[in-house]
Design a protein around this ligand. Structure first.
Ligand SMILES: [Zn+2]
Ligand SMILES: [Zn+2]
Length: 128
């Protein structure tokens, strides 16, 4: 059976049956986010390359939520305290990410609408 999902006691999703993939372990088990990233890159991940979850949700393995980083660079992505949260554009419905602190500040000031880009914003004056 290929790509059988296994729930482990930690948060990462694992898939088995990937004996041929360079990033799997000896039992053919691969971490799903590493598999998704290697597909996105079109190559296997190198030693020391780490896949970071942008929104901090280790089970959200959609390609847009994954960022390639390195073992030495990775901790900085967590230490800065920057957490990105997924939002839906109030105008076009597109999903996008914003820093959580930015979002909380807006909510504090009573703002309920979020826009993916200035073009979708309420007061954008531009060439139509
Ligand atoms: Zn990370
Ligand atoms: Zn939009």
């Amino acid at each position: 059976m290929q790509s059988q999902r296994k729930k482990q006691n930690f948060e990462y999703r694992q898939l088995c049956g990937y004996r041929n993939h360079p990033n799997s372990n000896v039992n053919g088990v691969i971490l799903e986010h590493r598999l998704v990233m290697s597909k996105k890159l079109g190559r296997a991940l190198k030693n020391g390359e780490i896949v970071h979850h942008i929104d901090g949700n280790f089970t959200n393995n959609s390609p847009e939520n994954l960022q390639l980083t390195t073992r030495s660079d990775h901790p900085s992505k967590h230490k800065t305290g920057i957490t990105m949260v997924p939002l839906k554009c109030s105008k076009c419905g597109k999903e996008f990410y914003r820093e959580i602190r930015q979002v909380n500040t807006k909510i504090k000031y009573g703002q309920k609408n979020f826009y993916c880009s200035p073009e979708c914003g309420p007061r954008f004056v531009g060439n139509q």
